[in-house]
Write a protein that binds this ligand. Structure first.
Ligand code: SF4
Length: 759
């Protein structure tokens, strides 16, 4: 079983079809066609049968009367003039897309631009277009673009031949963009050609072989062949069903078929019919129709593959039906203007298939209709409406209706409305009515959380505020008459929550701004009082991890945690009480940022000062050994009060190390022997009761020792046993005790601490 995929836009384009219609309905006989209307033998034969003769430009000198048909390719102004001079009726079938190119070239030529046409220099359309420019160059390849010299002082306008390969044109344009300084670009490849080429590309990607139906003399047909060959290595240009017989398709499973813009529909049908007789082929089924119409051909190919079990052999009517999108009343279609006159605008569009559409003047705009407001190529969306204007050749469209519905949809989409719930749909959601609309709330859009299926019934009869959800189906192809809306209550709740959050945020910001202003005003009013070292009264307002906020003259100041107490690691609440007034000293003023820092501790006694009062020299204290180092031991008297017992003051005996007699945690009794520079030194041995006679002996010994040394030496030097090494100083500096203790020790050590001299 082979699968056959037919391109949707295969066959005659609207421009060629229009030219044929005009030629066949010409009233002034004989009818002469200025060149072949379509590059297809079958079409030419049909025209001949109808009495139309093909003439060339040189023949114009010999003819008089009758009518002359200008084909879709258009002609130059010079040729127009000549046609008028022979007195024949001129039937101008120039395609509107080509006319637009002529208009562009005429306009820019008038402004002094030089013209670049990207196209085939021998193609009749290009020859005609050239006639509208005084200065023109035709580029047909990247090579020719590279070989052409452009004057950098000139301004250029670039247009494309309407049927040129889009891909090739883009390559040339990209090169020229980088080469020419003053370049205006109008990409004028026609809509039909672009569609056809894009389809050919997709088709050739999806198929094992592609048949392109058309004549080798048709420029757009040969371009389709070239495009297909880029993706597929079995591409055949065939004229008719006979040519297919010569092709071996036995190894091929999926066959793509497309056709040039000059190929008539009957010819395509003949080829398809012949193939279905020769090969057992599967054609796209009607079930695939919508998907095909809205998806690229490659996607359509996948659809066909998946639906193989339901595939069937189809009649030619089926084939025709499967190759066009069903036009339904109320359907939205995107269209492009191909012509406009006093009665309205004629349009083409992907969804309209081979037929064109017509929008009557009164269904275009509420304002005054002017044909010139709708130039060729203008795109808009309209709605398919019943054909009441009698012209059955066109699909009747209504732009105003689309605009109205769009406006209504937008209004619904933007607004929140109340919905009474009429019904719960099991495992689905809730249903209600809004005017003529049926409103559905999916279960996931009822609350902020997902509502359990068994709870859905409890919503029936309730009124919910809901918001319309965007239409997932998109605009194109969707019916405006569907009268169904998918809405969400959850979105309303989210919006309410967001609004409340934003309101609170806004209020907070405003409050903050107000407070900031007030703060600045208070600061400015007290500027003279906010001086460093000023002692000020402050009421504690609140605590933070990093300190306390204190109101001074109504201005919020910060007392950092480190400025609250001399003891490290103390929490603000251990020092101050909220609501109480204290004295602080100002330590920093940042007038630019309105910040004042305070210190509380600077006005408080330091721990050693307290200790000095509490434990004067000579006091016997009891403490605990906290740390032992080579040169002594640190004794904790009470929290925050520590002292050092030097190794020489631990015992009467000479010790190698304090650890010989002490260990951490030992309770010891010691005597306060000095507060040199506010540092406490202790002596354990002096706290012990001397043995009888020992005091006198010791006193005598001391006197002897002192007398034996010069006065200067006694005052300025330490005894050998008290010498503090550099290493010991470092230990003290690194010792993790309170600041006061560390200061005590350092002071004693560095100042040449001599316990015996101090006594
Ligand atoms: S410009 Fe496009 S629509 Fe017009 S005749 Fe050429 S191919 Fe057809």
């Amino acid at each position: 079983m082979k699968t056959l995929l037919l391109a949707k836009h295969a066959g005659l384009c609207s421009g060629v079809e229009r030219a044929l219609t005009l030629a066949l309905s010409a009233k002034s006989k004989p009818v002469r066609l200025l060149g072949n209307i379509a590059h297809n033998e079958r079409v030419i034969a049909k025209l001949r049968e109808a009495g139309c003769a093909v003439i060339e430009e040189k023949d114009l000198d010999t003819i008089r009367g009758g009518s002359v048909v200008i084909r879709a390719h258009g002609v130059s102004p010079k040729l127009y003039k000549k046609l008028h001079s022979i007195g024949a009726e001129i039937i101008d079938a120039t395609c509107p897309f080509v006319k637009k190119i002529h208009d562009i070239v005429t306009e820019y030529n008038g402004k002094g631009y030089s013209v670049i046409i990207v196209g085939d220099p021998t193609h009749p359309e290009v020859i005609g277009t050239k006639g509208y420019a005084d200065d023109c160059v035709v580029i047909d390849s990247l090579e020719s673009a590279k070989n052409t010299t452009f004057d950098e002082k000139k301004q250029y306008i670039l247009v494309c031949q309407s049927t040129f390969s889009e891909n090739k044109a883009n390559i040339i344009i990209n090169h020229l963009k980088n080469t020419i300084k003053l370049l205006a670009i109008k990409q004028t490849i026609c809509y039909t050609t672009k569609e056809r080429q894009a389809e050919a590309k997709s088709l050739s990607c999806a198929c094992d072989a592609v048949l392109v139906i058309g004549s080798s003399s048709s420029s757009n047909t040969t371009k389709l062949v070239d495009i297909c060959k880029e993706q597929c290595n079995k591409v055949y240009l065939i004229r008719d069903a006979e040519d297919v017989k010569a092709i071996d398709l036995t190894e091929v499973q999926k066959i793509g078929v497309t056709a040039g813009a000059s190929t008539p529909k009957e010819l395509i049908m003949e080829v398809l019919s012949g193939m279905s007789n020769e090969n057992e082929v599967t054609l796209p089924t009607k079930e695939n129709e919508t998907t095909e119409a809205t998806a690229p051909v490659t996607a359509a190919a996948e659809e066909v593959k998946e639906s193989k079990p339901t595939s069937k052999k189809m009649t030619m009517d089926d084939v025709m039906a499967s190759t066009s999108f069903e036009i339904r009343e109320g359907m939205r279609v995107k269209v492009s203007v191909i012509r406009s006159d006093e009665t309205g605008v004629y349009v083409s569009g992907l969804k309209l298939g081979k037929k064109d559409g017509f929008v009557a003047a009164d269904r275009l705009t509420d304002g005054e209709y002017k044909p010139e407001d709708y130039p060729v190529g203008t795109e808009f969306t309209a709605v398919v409406v019943p054909n009441t204007n009698g012209n059955k050749d066109y699909i009747a469209l209504d732009k105003k209706k689309f605009d109205e519905v769009e406006e209504m949809d937008k209004a619904l989409l933007d607004s929140v409305f109340e919905l009474k719930i009429d019904k719960a749909v099991d495992k689905g959601g809730l249903l209600g009515k809004k005017g003529s609309y049926t409103v559905f709330i999916p279960v996931s859009h009822i609350e902020l959380h997902r509502v359990a299926d068994e709870d859905l019934q409890s919503y029936v009869g309730k009124k919910l505020l809901v918001k319309k959800l965007p239409d997932k189906k998109g605009e194109e192809g969707a019916e405006v008459k569907r009268h169904r809306i998918v809405a969400s209550h959850k979105e309303v709740l989210i919006a309410e929550k967001k609004a409340a959050r934003e309101k609170a945020e806004k209020e907070w910001q405003e409050k903050k701004a107000r407070e900031e202003e007030e703060k600045k005003a208070i600061f400015e009013a007290n500027r003279d009082r906010f001086e460093v070292n000023n002692v000020v009264p402050g009421v504690v307002k609140r605590f933070a991890d990093f300190g306390a906020f204190v109101s001074v003259y109504g201005f919020d100041c910060l007392a950092p945690k480190t400025e609250l107490s001399w003891t490290k690691g103390v929490a603000p609440a251990d020092v101050l009480e909220i609501g109480k007034e204290y004295e602080f000293v100002i330590i920093k003023v940042d007038a630019e940022n309105y910040k004042v820092s305070l210190s509380y501790r600077l006005l408080q006694k330091r721990p050693y000062e307290i200790a000095q009062e509490k434990y004067p020299v000579g006091t016997i204290v009891t403490g605990t050994v906290q740390t032992i180092v080579n040169f002594g031991a640190f004794i904790s008297i009470e929290p925050g009060v520590d002292g050092l017992v030097h190794v020489s003051n631990i015992s009467d005996k000479r010790l190698n190390s304090p650890a010989d007699v002490l260990k951490v945690g030992d309770e010891v009794t010691a005597k306060v022997i000095s507060f040199v520079d506010n540092r406490m030194a202790l002596s354990i041995k002096d706290a012990q009761e001397p043995a009888e006679g020992a005091a006198e002996a010791k006193e005598g010994e001391k006197r002897v020792r002192n007398n034996a040394r010069p006065q200067q030496e006694r005052k300025g030097k330490k005894s050998a046993g008290d010498e503090i090494s550099k290493e010991e100083q470092e230990i003290v500096q690194n010792f993790g005790t309170t600041e006061s203790v560390q200061n005590n020790i350092l002071g004693d050590l560095l100042k040449g601490f001599t316990p015996s001299d101090e006594k």
